[in-house]
Design a protein around this ligand. Structure first.
Ligand SMILES: Cc1cc2nc3c(=O)[nH]c(=O)nc-3n(C[C@H](O)[C@H](O)[C@H](O)COP(=O)(O)O)c2cc1C
Length: 195
């Protein structure tokens, strides 16, 4: 079965990014894919130390939760990465995930996976688009296929506005973009898998 993995890059595993990710994945499931969420905030993941062991062996020298996270990413056909906006960019947790994904790039194991971004900021123009762009750059460097929230919106990705933990539950526009994005990722992944 086609699988879409959601990576929640917030330290708050019950906050806005998690909420919008759930909306995106529910919508993805409605078109017939399996989904799973990974909460980086609950995971033991440490920063890349540039030892370059992964370049020689394809394996990271740091022994923590990244190994099982990368196995899950590898087994999926689509990946949605959600991050709160922190100073106009992704969170440290999301960046650790990005840097530590290097073992997958040696032989481009993320090539042709369908990838998309969700971001949430407290302000309306708080950096949601720059945060989505950082996620898109990461996906492009892995040779993944980047999509947004699809027609008729067809914008950058899913973006939420909210500061308090539950604010995005009232953000109808943010919810709509998350649902469209989830469906877009799932539909394209199914198409590529000829299902
Ligand atoms: C260190 C830090 C930096 C932040 N920087 C921004 C920012 O640049 N722009 C913005 O709109 N919100 C910013 N915020 C607010 C968060 O993006 C906002 O609270 C968001 O809802 C958090 O998502 P979460 O509920 O999934 O954790 C920042 C919050 C923190 C803790």
């Amino acid at each position: 079965m086609v699988k879409i993995i959601g990576i929640v890059g917030s330290p708050r595993s019950k906050g806005n990014t998690s909420f919008l990710m759930q909306k995106a994945l529910e919508s993805a499931e409605s078109v017939g894919v399996q989904t799973e969420i990974i909460y980086l905030g609950r995971s033991d993941i440490r920063p890349c130390k540039a030892c370059n062991v992964c370049k020689e062996t394809g394996e990271c020298a740091i022994k923590d939760d990244m190994k099982s996270i990368l196995e899950k990413v590898n087994s999926a056909q689509g990946i949605i990465i959600g991050s709160p906006v922190y100073f106009g960019n992704v969170t440290a947790q999301t960046k650790i995930f990005m840097d530590r994904s290097r073992p997958l790039r040696g032989d481009f194991q993320m090539q042709d996976k369908v990838g998309a971004a969700i971001s949430v900021g407290a302000s309306r123009n708080g950096g949601q688009e720059t945060t989505c762009a950082a996620i898109h750059d990461f996906l492009l460097i892995h040779d993944a296929l980047v999509v947004g929230d699809g027609a008729p919106g067809a914008h950058y990705g899913a973006t939420g506005v909210g500061g308090g933990k539950k604010d995005c539950q009232e953000d109808l526009t943010g919810i709509a973009t998350a649902e469209s994005l989830g469906k877009r990722v799932a539909t394209l992944a199914l198409k590529l898998a000829n299902k």
